[in-house]
Structures are given as C-alpha cells and as structure tokens.
Design a protein around this ligand. Structure first.
Ligand code: BGC
Length: 912
C-alpha cells in the first residue's frame, strides 16, 4: 500500500509557494523582524485568492491558509487593532462570489483605511504590509480597468495612507498574473513581492519568505512593461472574431529585448534575494549542442538559492531572430553564505534553431555567430560563449502544417530593425493528408470472448480485442461521458473508455478525468488539495521540486480513483489580460514545456496522467468558442506548440485536450495537421486526445457542429468530451460510416489510442485485481452542515417540494428530510432554470443518506425550466435525508418531485 501523508503534502506545497514568490524591490524592508510588530493592510489578507475562477479553480478545500493566517501560524506579531478592524469590516462586507460561471468580480471591495488607524499603528509597528488581490478566469479575461489590471481608487488610497505614516512598507500581490505596476512610481513602496495565487498553503509559504525563514528565489515568468499598450500583442488581443498574431515570434521578452528595451520595468527572469550571488560560466560545443558549466557562489550573508538562466542570441540572418531566447535553466540547491556549486546545462540544437516557414519547412540554424548568455535574468545575463556556424544547418526537415489561410502581415526583424511582412500561406491539401495517414482496417471478427483484461495480462493482443468490436462499440469509445458520470468518481469531469454496458462487459474500465491544473475538482463537495497556480509554479524555475509535489498529487488522484488530471494548462501568456493566465505558466514556451514535463514526471512516477491543455492557441477567453487565432506556422512551432512538444517528447505526455476555438480557421478538434501530422507523426505522441467540454468541431469551410464526431475522428482527436450518456448519443459516426465519409479504420485507430491508454491506468489494474491502494493519512475529517432536521416533508406516494426560495451559491448545501410513508422505488425530478450563458456549468449534486446519486449540471436555460430525472431512487428508510450541494450560484431552483414507481413489497428489498 502506498501512503500519502497530508502534512508532508502541505509542507511541500508551502515550499513551492515560498520558492515561487518573486521579490521585485527591497529597500531594507524585508525580511520582517519576527520580534517586531507588523501591521497588515488590505482585506485580501483575510480573503486570500487561492486560485483564479472557472474549472481550474473549483477545488473544494477544508482550509485555505491566507496571508494573515500564515504570518500568525509562523509566530509573527501583528498589530491587533488593525487586524480586528479588518476582521470586523470583512464580516460586514462578505466576499462577493458574483453569480454563476465567469461571474465572480475581479476584485473585492476594499476597506476605506482611516488616517487615524494607520497613524496609530505606525507608532507601534516596525513595518506595514499592504495586500492587493485579483482574480479572473474561464470565460472572463482581465481588463485594463481599475479593479482588474489597474488598482482601484480605494486601493490607491490605502497605499497613500500607509505610505504617509509608515517608514517601511511592502506591497504583496496575491494575483493570478502580472498587473500594472504604476503604483511603484506613485507610492514608492520599499518592497514589492508577487505572491501569485498559492492554493491552500499560499499564506504558509508567503510567511516563510516574509519572515526570512526562506530567502526569495522566484523569478518573473513574464516581462513587466511600463504600459499595457507596450505589449506587442495588445493591438490584436481583444478582437472577438479573429486574433491576428501579428507580433509573430516576438512575444514577451523576445520583443522587448529585441526592439523595446526601454519599455521594460522588470525584465523576464528577474527576482531579488536576501543574499547575493556571483555567476560565472564556461561552455564547450557548437551547432551540434553546447555544454555549459555555471559556477554559482553565494557572496551574501544568508542562505539562498539562485537560478542560472541561459539565453541564445542567434545570428539575425534571413529569418530574423529575437535578440534573446531562453534555452536552458537550472536552480541551485540551498547555498549557505560563502558556499558555491556547479550546475551543468545542456543546450540542444533545436533550442538554438528557428523554423523556416517560408518554403523550407525545416528547423534551421543559420550561418553566423551564436552568442550564449548566462545570468539571473534576461537583461543582466552576460555573454559567456560564442561559436560560429559556417553555413546553414538543417536540424529537422518537416512538412508545412497548420499554416495560415487568411492573409496578414507579421512582425519581422530585418537588418534595419522592425518591419512587417506578409505571412506565408498554407499550401497543404488536408484531404490528401488524411489519406497519407490512413491506417489499415482490422477485419471485424465477431465476438471471440477476449476481454481487455486478457490483453492487459498478455493473453491476447490489442488488435484481436479491437477486431471483436462492432461499429457501435467503436462509436462508444469516442464518446466521453459527463459531467459527473456515475461510472467514475462522483463529481468529476468525465468518464471515457468503458462507457457502455457492452464495453464494461468486455472488461473495459471507465477512465476518470478530473479538473484541473491546480488540483482535483470534485463537484460533489469532496475536499481535495488546492495547488499553487501555474504562474507561481513557473516562477520557481525548480523542476525537481515540482516533480516532488506532483508525485503527491498523483497519489491523491489514485486515492480518489482519478486517472487524468485535466492539467497542466500550457497556453502562453501572450497578453497580460488573458483570464486563464493563472492556469498557465509563462510567456516563454521553453519554461512552459520544462515545467509541464516536470509535473508529468511526478504524476507518471505513480502511474497517473496529466492531460496537457489546451492544444493550441487558447490565449483569450473572450468569445473563446468561436475565436479564430490567425498565426504563422513559425510562431506556432516556435511559441505556441513548443511547450507541448517538450511535454510530449521529454515529459512523455499521453493525454491532450484540444481547444474550443479555431487555429487558422479550423476548429482544433477537427484539425488533422494539429492532431495527426504534428502531434503523432512528427512528435511521436502515442496517447489519446480529447476535445474540450462540449467543443465545436468542423470540416474546413463548414459550420461548427458539436455532433460532427466524424470530422473529429478523421483528424485523430480521439474522444468527444462530453456526452450525457456515452452509450447513446446523436453524433454522426454511424451515418458517416454508412456513407463512406468516415472509415472504420479511422474509428478503430481512435479505439486503439483510447484503449492503449486505458491499459496503462490504475482503472485497468482494478479490473485485473493488481492495483495497489493508496492510504491518505493526516487529512482532516470532512464535515457537512445541514438543516435537515428543520425541513421535514411528508412523502405519501407523491410530493412536489417548492424550491423557489432556496438560495444557490458556490459550495452551499441545502438539506431536507423526507418522511416516507410508503417505502419503495421512486422517480425524482429536479427542475431549475438559469439566465446564465449557454455554456455556464452549474452543478448540483444530490445525496441521499450521504450517498451521491448523481450530479446534474445545468447550463444556461434562457430562463426556461429544465428537469433532470433520477429514474430509480430507492426510498426504503422511513426518514431519508437529502442534501443538495451547489457547485456555483446562478441557478434558480424551481421544484423537486417524487413519484412512486413500485412499493417496497414489489421490489423484494423492503426493510419494513
Ligand atoms: C475548460 C477545460 C476544462 C473543462 C472541464 C472547460 O470549460 O476549458 O479546461 O477542463 O471545461 O471542466
């Protein structure tokens, strides 16, 4: 039996929190003296944002340690009057969750801070901490407004008042991604630190760095420019229909270091420490690869860690290059004052090459001088080595794929500087590509009595198993079932594989997927571990540490019978306002890929998977279901696909989720170039792919259609997420097989991809009886509040309960007791409506006597009543307690109706 010790899990996550904190300014304020009094300002000290919103943030937690909790638990002396004033005010101004999917406000109302309180606190406190918080997420981008990217007037007033009275003041940012930092000029804080959104242990980790137990070693995973308009994607980011990626490869520091150095407030990779380091490096090698050895010496006065970052400056030849590209990094172990260490960093040719999309369709190292820089951020990194490539070298010859079909001009670097040139257009015949990758059909054999367990245990091969599957079985294998399928762990996002009775009879287990990048989302209310967010994780630049954390997450998944965590999110921070940046890592694809690979390594070590998402180009939430990303093939390969490529090739990723939107005018779920040419043919991916939930699919030039599974299967996006019932669904697979638009061989290929994956899961091991269980120790017991005793309804054969007065909000429970006078089998119908968007997800879980009977997810209903039915609800206990658990607000409950189907006497199950 494997053991997951919850206390060690908490400690590991807090270590990640501490290592991800990025100190940007420190004029003698940090670390704080534990023996002196500190005043903490800002309501977010008590309402810590553990994550952003949407599927990536819906982890139910027993306890979140916020900043004040963390400081108090670490023994800090906080000004009691300030703390009490905030506690009282927050009690009267509770946290506003907003309504429904994507409806939570970006910030919370700030307490007006009086001069008197600040002045009085300053008399006894040595320093002030001011906490600013922000959220955003799925369906809701940030905006360049006060309360989102900019500070509100109330927050500015707070900073002004604190500055006026305190000699030492630090600003702490509890945010999912970078925000405008004009406040540094306006209020001159002595210290500024990004704490990001740290999950349930955020405050514990923050306290470690604030109090000096740990010296900060986090580095910026994004460039912070002076003005949002300085970001090269800003001109195109907001477009609802089509985002032209006109900045091309010049994303983040690639742009700033090449064309606009003076626009940068804090460079990529930057982050201060409480100590100082000296980095020296030497290297050997050339175009075939470079071996760099860095010596790092702690020349300051306390222990700390440093990150060595290596950047390449390739010759600015025909292709036009960014002045710096991250091509290697390592973090030191903890170095005591005076201690030094050596780090070996290998740079491969691919990391130094560029993709030529103008006809060669190859990764190329152009002739000329290659300079290598090493240091602790992109700007200060020093030249440590150079070599010359005498001629152009083709590193990898590919074929054109996924190129634009809409003309636009992209940014290029010519010998005279920045210019715009027409983007090369697609010449690919996608129909021919389909035929190029057409597999052989396996002759259907009829039932031979082979089960998947026979394949798992080596008695038969997979193709013999697949040969037995009829077209309907094959069709079921491309249908994911959810949300909250009863075939897998209650409250999870999807079941896949054994979703029909026939497949289950053949011992195909149902695999289980659960959101998301920051921990398991279990909509029945089950508590799970809430992890630090993606931006924070990237800021650690610490691969082994991540692997350790995600090994624990993997064990937690196993304890909950979850096979795929729907994360990490790997899209690029193309623009600071993307709502889901908190789920993603960085503006840099190399860092993104390496961090994802480190997470996967941890998950894989205990036999579970991380579904890397969203493949690819999911860089804006506004209108994400219909938005087209018009991107050059070069930018796709160098920026938007590169992280995924590293996660597949180095991280061994075996599960991928495509996106809601389009890339170069084709919905990604139907894109053969993306899912087959690039992913499988070029990268050698052998896992399975799934759509995003209820995603659109199309054939080139055709309208989006959620039932066009044939287009999905042809492209080799294997599974549609999600169908209400995997055993029956109105997709077009059967008709397309019939009319020849889909070949059985393609459907069998999808089946093979799904089943090969399932064969490696713990779900399969449970079927063969070879699974090792996981025991979770030291996890606090869960408690559920209910009002069942007060609300008793008599059920005398039939009953309708008026639910219109019931309040629904995130994580609320509503309980009642049924006094069942006629025991038996009942039908239960739950009716609700919602004016939320069609794609909002409002889950309600029904528990009867503590057992979950199902989770029903309402989408927006246009205000019309929609009913979900539990066909067979056994009521064999005189007093039956029901509990409804609401995952989110925005739902208007209408009624619950019970109708008797059979009496207890007729069921043979009577206990009366
Ligand atoms: C999100 C995915 C998520 C899925 C399941 C979608 O809305 O885009 O990232 O995994 O829902 O909750």
């Amino acid at each position: 039996m494997a053991i997951l010790d919850w206390n060690k899990y908490l400690e590991k996550a807090a270590e990640v929190n501490a290592e991800g904190a990025v100190l940007l300014k420190n004029d003698g304020v940090l670390p704080l003296d534990k023996n002196s009094e500190i005043s903490v300002f800002g309501r977010i000290q008590l309402d810590y944002y553990k994550s952003g919103t949407g599927s990536g943030g819906m982890v139910n937690v027993a306890k979140v340690t916020g900043i004040v909790d963390g400081l108090l638990e670490a023994g800090a002396k906080l000004n009691g009057k300030v703390l009490k004033t905030y506690r009282d005010w927050v009690a009267e101004h509770p946290y506003d969750y907003g309504e429904g999917w994507g409806g939570e406000p970006w910030c919370q109302q700030e307490m007006p801070l009086s001069d008197e309180l600040a002045a009085e606190a300053a008399e006894t406190s040595d320093a002030a901490l001011c906490v600013i918080g922000r959220t955003a997420g799925e369906e809701q981008d940030n905006s360049c407004k006060a309360g989102s990217y900019l500070l509100t007037d109330a927050e500015k007033d707070m900073l002004r008042t604190v500055r006026k009275h305190f000699k030492k003041m630090a600003v702490l940012l509890n945010v999912g991604n970078i925000i405008d930092m004009g406040f540094v000029d306006e209020f001159s804080p002595d210290g500024v630190m990004y704490l990001w959104q740290g999950g349930m242990t955020g405050g514990t980790g923050a306290a470690k760095v604030l109090l000096g137990e740990v010296s900060p070693s986090g580095k910026l995973p994004d460039t912070i420019a002076f003005d949002i308009a300085d970001y090269p994607s800003d001109k195109n980011f907001h477009d609802r229909d089509r985002n032209f990626y006109a900045e091309d490869i010049f994303v983040g520091y690639r742009y700033f270091e090449t064309f606009a150095k003076d626009k940068v407030r804090y460079p990529f990779g930057f982050g201060l420490s409480y100590t100082d380091f000296e980095i020296t490096a030497e290297a050997v090698g050339g175009a075939e690869g470079v071996k760099l050895t860095a010596k790092v010496k702690n020349i300051g006065s306390c222990a700390g860690k440093e990150v060595v970052q290596v950047y390449i400056e390739a010759p600015n030849g025909r292709l036009g290059k960014a002045a710096r590209v991250l091509c290697g990094f390592e973090k030191t172990p903890l170095l005591a004052a005076g201690e030094e260490c050596t780090l070996d960093i290998d740079i491969d040719s691919r990391s130094m090459a560029s993709y030529d999309d103008s006809g060669a369709y190859a990764w190329v190292m152009e002739a000329g001088e290659y300079n290598i820089y090493a240091g602790s951020d992109v700007r200060s990194a020093k030249k440590v080595y150079s070599f010359t490539a005498a001629e152009d070298i083709v590193i990898e010859q590919l074929e054109q794929a996924l190129a634009p079909v809409t003309e636009f001009e992209r940014m290029v670097r010519t010998e005279n500087g920045l210019a715009y040139k027409k983007v090369p257009m697609s010449k690919v015949d996608e129909k021919a590509r389909r035929l190029q990758f057409m597999p052989e059909e396996i002759t259907q054999s009829g039932d031979k009595g082979i089960t998947l367990a026979d394949v798992a245990e080596g008695r038969n091969d997979l193709d013999s198993f697949i040969a037995q599957l009829d077209d309907n079985d094959l069709n079921c294998l491309v249908r994911g079932e959810g949300m909250c399928s009863p075939k897998v762990t209650p409250g999870t996002a999807a079941a896949f594989g054994g979703v029909s009775d026939r497949l289950a009879e053949r011992k195909v287990p149902a695999g289980c997927c659960s959101d998301g990048p920051s921990g398991m989302r279990l909509d029945v209310g089950t508590k799970a571990f809430s992890l630090p967010n993606g931006t924070l994780i990237a800021a650690t630049f610490n691969k082994p540490l991540l692997t350790e954390l995600f090994t624990m997450t993997g064990l937690e998944m196993r304890a909950n019978k979850v096979d795929c965590l729907l994360g990490p999110g790997m899209n690029i921070h193309r623009h600071p306002l993307n709502g889901r940046n908190f789920e993603y890592f960085s503006e840099d694809p190399f860092l993104t890929g390496k961090m994802a690979a480190a997470e996967l390594k941890g998950l894989h070590s205990v036999g579970v998977e991380g579904t890397i998402k969203h493949f690819c180009g999911n860089n804006q939430e506004t209108n994400r279901h219909f938005l087209d990303s018009a991107v050059s093939e070069r930018a796709l390969r160098e920026i938007y696909l590169r992280g995924f490529e590293i996660a597949v090739k180095e991280g061994g990723a075996k599960s991928i989720m495509t996106t809601y939107g389009k890339v170069n005018d084709l919905w990604t779920a139907g894109s053969i170039d993306l899912n087959t040419t690039i992913l499988r043919h070029e990268w050698g991916f052998t896992g399975f792919t799934m759509t995003d939930w209820w995603a659109n699919i199309n054939d080139r030039g055709c309208k989006p259609d959620k039932d066009n599974f044939a287009a999905m299967v042809r492209a080799q996006n294997d599974v549609y997420m999600v169908c209400a019932d995997g055993g029956k669904h109105t997709d077009n697979v059967a008709a397309s097989l019939e009319n020849g638009e889909l070949r059985r061989a393609e459907l069998q290929r999808a089946a093979r991809n799904v089943l090969s994956f399932i064969l490696g899961t713990h779900a399969m091991k449970r079927v063969t009886g070879s699974d090792e269980t996981v025991e979770v120790i030291n996890k606090p017991a869960e408690t559920v509040d209910d009002g069942a005793a007060e609300r008793v309804f008599t059920l005398d054969g039939g009953l309708t309960i008026d639910m219109t007065a019931v309040k629904t909000a995130r994580n609320l429970d509503y309980s009642f007791t049924l006094d069942v006078t006629q025991l038996g089998q009942y039908r239960m119908e739950i009716t609700a409506s919602s004016t939320q968007s069609e794609l909002a997800q409002m889950p309600v879980t029904v528990f009867s006597m503590g057992t979950a009977w199902g989770t029903f997810t309402w989408n927006g209903t246009g205000g019309e009543p929609v009913t979900f039915t539990i066909d067979e609800m056994p009521l064999f206990s005189r007093y039956t307690i029901f509990r409804l658990h609401f995952g989110l607000g925005g739902l208007d409950m209408r009624s619950i109706t019970f109708t008797k189907l059979r009496s207890a006497e007729n069921t043979g199950l009577s206990n009366s």
